[in-house]
Design a protein around this ligand. Structure first.
Ligand SMILES: [Zn+2]
Length: 82
């Protein structure tokens, strides 16, 4: 079992493993500040993306993607890996 990492950006929450429902792509997310990391990138502040930007880009939209949908429509938490 991997040790959870605390968010380097806000230091207010652990990084949680989520995945996109559409294709199962896994990423790390801080649900406090919405910082987003692909697993290939180290979880450094310099590599941090924002969930809103990534979701909007994947959907081919600009701006806030959450006006017509909620997180549960797009992403889901990974089950605990034990
Ligand atoms: Zn954070």
């Amino acid at each position: 079992m991997s040790t959870p990492s605390i968010c380097p950006r806000c230091e207010q929450d652990w990084l949680h493993r989520y995945r996109f429902k559409s294709d199962g792509a896994v990423f790390s997310l801080c649900t406090e500040c919405d910082s987003f990391w692909w697993p290939q990138a180290g979880t450094d502040i310099a590599n941090a993306l924002f969930l809103d930007d990534v979701v909007a880009a994947r959907l081919g939209e600009e701006g806030n993607p959450w006006t017509t949908r909620v997180w549960a429509d797009v992403i889901e938490a990974m089950p605990d890996e034990g």
